[in-house]
Design a protein around this ligand. Structure first.
Ligand code: NAP
Length: 240
């Protein structure tokens, strides 16, 4: 029997690339989306997977997401908490409380809600892997990205603490912290700005979603069987 994974925010970008890679490696894939229904349905059809609409910032929807994923695929072997949003770059003093809440509710609360729903099944089977998706800004902090940096630092703290909590249940919990990646999240940047970010990077370019997906697959797979509580930076050397 193959392995089964739920990936949140898999309709586009890094999540979609991750879904494609897991499916290519023989996993059954549940593709969560919030708004991009057509993209998610098309992707799921191409991968013989299932697409499930749910806003992970809402605990009831996250609970339904996990339930529907398990009904469709069977018990989950891995959960990838990838769904995220970012704000336009701005000073903390220009950030509204609503903007702060929005980033926190998706990028941090969404991980909490999804895992709270998924963990009981993993613990019952005493097996499984969780991979969270943070950001290099969660590691180092980004000027004019305070809410996003705070949420992503929270994801790292959650990952490390949960790895200790779930280790005795043989469940591994790890995190991938991408650098700048060519997805819709950076769609507001001009070609010139993206090129400049690439030049700042030791590997002289920004990342591709497929490169983040490879790290996520590694951490979810048996190849990482003795790795837990780690943050794997996949950022072309932006933070060394
Ligand atoms: P993206 O292309 O903008 O895709 C974001 C994904 O998250 C979409 O599938 C979107 O679904 C989903 N999503 C957003 N809000 C959601 C919600 N409330 N409930 C469920 N799904 C939701 O972004 P990306 O670049 O692939 O980012 C993926 C992850 O990597 C994020 O956590 C992001 O913070 C992180 N990251 C990205 C970069 C980068 O440079 N791109 C760098 C570091 C970290 P719908 O479209 O269906 O609403």
């Amino acid at each position: 029997m193959g392995s089964r994974v739920l990936i949140t925010g898999a309709s586009r970008g890094i999540g979609a690339a991750t879904a494609r890679l897991f499916a290519r490696e023989g996993w059954d894939v549940a593709i969560n989306y919030n708004r991009s229904r057509d993209e998610a349905m098309e992707l799921a059809a191409g991968l013989s997977g299932v697409s499930i609409q749910a806003d992970v910032s809402d605990p009831e929807q996250a609970e339904r997401l996990v339930r529907e994923a398990e009904e469709a695929l069977g018990p989950l072997d891995a959960v990838v908490c990838n769904a995220g949003v970012a704000l336009p770059q701005q000073l903390l003093t220009d950030t509204t409380a609503d903007q702060w809440r929005r980033v926190m509710s998706v990028d941090l609360d969404g991980v909490f809600h999804t895992l709270q729903a998924a963990i009981p099944g993993l613990v019952r089977r005493k097996a499984g892997a969780i991979v969270t998706v943070s950001s290099m800004w969660g590691v180092t902090g980004g000027s004019c990205e305070v809410p996003y940096s705070a949420a992503k630092a929270g994801v790292i703290g959650l990952t490390r603490a949960l790895a200790k909590e779930l280790g005795p249940s043989h469940i591994r919990v790890n995190c991938v912290a991408p650098g700048v990646v060519d997805t819709g999240m950076n769609g507001h940047l001009t070609r010139w700005e993206l090129a400049a970010l690439g030049e700042e990077t030791p590997l002289c370019r920004i990342g591709r979603p497929e490169e983040i997906a490879q790290a996520i697959l590694f951490l979810a797979s048996e190849r990482a069987s003795y790795i837990t509580g780690q943050v794997l930076r996949v950022d072309g050397g932006m933070i060394i």
